[in-house]
Design a protein around this ligand. Sequence first.
Ligand code: DGJ
Length: 532
Amino acid sequence: MNAIPAIEKKDGVWKLLVDGKPIILLAGEVHNSSSSSLSYMEQVWEQGKQLGLNCLLLPITWELLEPDEGRFDFSLVDGLIEQARAHGMKIGFLWFGTWKNAQSTYAPEWVKRDVNRFRRAELEKGKHYITVKKFYNLAYSPLSYLCEETMRADAKAFAALMAEIRRVDSEEHTVLTVQVENETGLMAAARDHSDQADALFYANVPADFADYMRTHTDTMVPEVREAVLNSGEKGNWEEMYGAQAEELFSAYYTARYVNTVAAAGKAEYPLPMSVNCWLNRDGAAAGVYPSGGPISKVREVWNFCAPSIDLYAPDIYLPDFQGICEEYTRRGEPLYIPECPTHSYAASRNLLCVGKYHAMCYSPFGIEDMGQPLNPSQMALFGADASDPALAKSQDVETYSQINHLLGGMMDKLLSRYGTEYLDAASGEFEPEHAFHMDGVELRAKFTQQEGGCLILRERAQEFYILAHHTWLHVLSDQPELPGLDVLAFEEGRFEDGVWQRRRRLNGDEVVANTFTAEAPVLLRVKLFTFA
Ligand code: DGJ
């Protein structure tokens, strides 16, 4: 049997391995309901192929997997795996169990009906069901992160799912990753307010956890570090962590719960497992975004409580895309983006993620609707910023497809430069121009539109592959002692089976004074020579 898909850090570089070979997930997450129907999915696989995707992220829901307690229906799991194979694509499954967007709408009927056995959170003392102002006036009644009975039932269902994936896929490796739950956390309150929750909140913080927090302040966000540095030897959550206590408490019990589910699944089949984050906005209080979910702010809590989780994945619907990429890589972890909008920056962000952040996964959400107008007010229900002007225009499908196909063709080359300075990228969304410096030459990219992007890969000394769109590209020497620069070769083309296939040789009017303008996406091979 081949090695099962795994993530590995080697020589400081994270990679996702399939059959021992690295892969970048040029993925798309489908709408929540698409993968509930195999016939509906037929067209979605086709769309994915046309977009040059190599992987789809697909929900598998508890309600359909275990319609009656202990009776499992694996027809969707098996069918989706077969469809992926028929289309030559991979899958990342998303387990919609206890949580989906901080709610519990995907729990099966037998869980929803038995409110005594499967307890709901108390957002206010004694109230299990409320219409919450802070949650857009929606009716809200999530399952409690403190209910061991629900945790055991969810873990059992998830283990059954992983056992089935092992049964049908341990040879072929179609399923590469599994997301455990979806955007966990509690809305409208920073913590559960049941009697059980109160008892735990006003009991001493577990000593091993308090010790861990004290010894991991280096990586913490400032407000959590400050709370931990000010905490005493022992005390209850409030005494120890003050204003941060409720969110840390929720994170502790949510992470512990999710880890129990993940560990039960890994015991059956240990695929790489991720959790995705509904992000916090600056200045917002826990509960306005899901409290206790796996955001960077409470990462150290999750690291302590959830050793079975391999990847922390931001769903990036907020405008500060680059800042969020920085935040989710600053601890030396791989960038894995399961969700982001299909607005007109989707393609340049793809270049940025692969080229600058050497990402493991980049996956716009609602991939089957790429090119269709977006609905900002509907997206705002789940954490997007409705006033983000980027949401006004959708991604052009042709551009996205061309870029993805070009990236897919050069994947081995890209991966060979991951973790090195020989792969870089910039985008017009964040700067009007960018100068790349390598080997004594400057490759200056000026973006002709904000949607433009440029990725540079160094092949060998003064020889580069450049993938660009909406970019004016100028090459010059940056060495005062060797100020002259000749273009030795300028070609457009693509990689097929790892081999460069030249289309046009570019010269004359196309490379006037060492400049070239790429409007539609193009992959260039550029060979330069500096002299005195
Ligand atoms: C984030 C969720 O994780 C997705 O399942 C989906 O609901 C999107 N929000 C919708 O924008």
